[in-house]
Design a protein around this ligand. Structure first.
Ligand SMILES: [Zn+2]
Length: 140
């Protein structure tokens, strides 16, 4: 089972007691809302990772191209914002990179490892089972 990303990256919830929550909306509401947002962020981050693996399995990818691809699916993530995720997936042994010079600029391209392909396959099985249940898809 692949662990979801740690608290690194772009999620920046204010630490408790830092006094940054100046709004005084109902505390209970705010609390449950932020929990939901956090949970969905983790889930969406997982979807982005799965999407990256899916495309890397079909051929080399790079940040800008992947950012465009995600935009087609309604995710607005700039290449710069995608970089930490790609680096993390590289450090996890899923997506090794190589640097190329394209039109005078260096570009980092990512391919998928056997380990990445295994993670992709296992995740697809889980997503399919979840979709069957959550979406009520009538499977086999
Ligand atoms: Zn896609």
């Amino acid at each position: 089972m692949q662990r979801l990303g740690s608290r690194s990256g772009r999620i920046s919830e204010p630490a408790p007691g830092t006094g940054r929550n100046a709004h005084t909306v109902s505390v209970g509401y705010r609390h449950s809302l932020s929990d939901t947002v956090l949970l969905m962020r983790e889930f969406l981050r997982g979807l982005v990772r799965l999407h990256i693996l899916h495309h890397a399995a079909r051929g080399e990818i790079h940040g800008a191209r992947m950012s465009e691809e995600l935009a087609h699916h309604g995710y607005r993530i700039s290449p710069g914002s995608l970089r930490p995720t790609l680096h993390k997936m590289e450090s996890e042994g899923l997506l090794p990179s190589r640097t190329q010079i394209v039109e005078g600029r260096s570009r980092r391209s990512y391919s998928i490892t056997h380990s990445g392909q295994r993670v992709l396959k296992e995740t697809i099985v889980k997503v399919r089972k979840l979709a069957d249940e959550v979406l009520g898809v009538q499977g086999s």
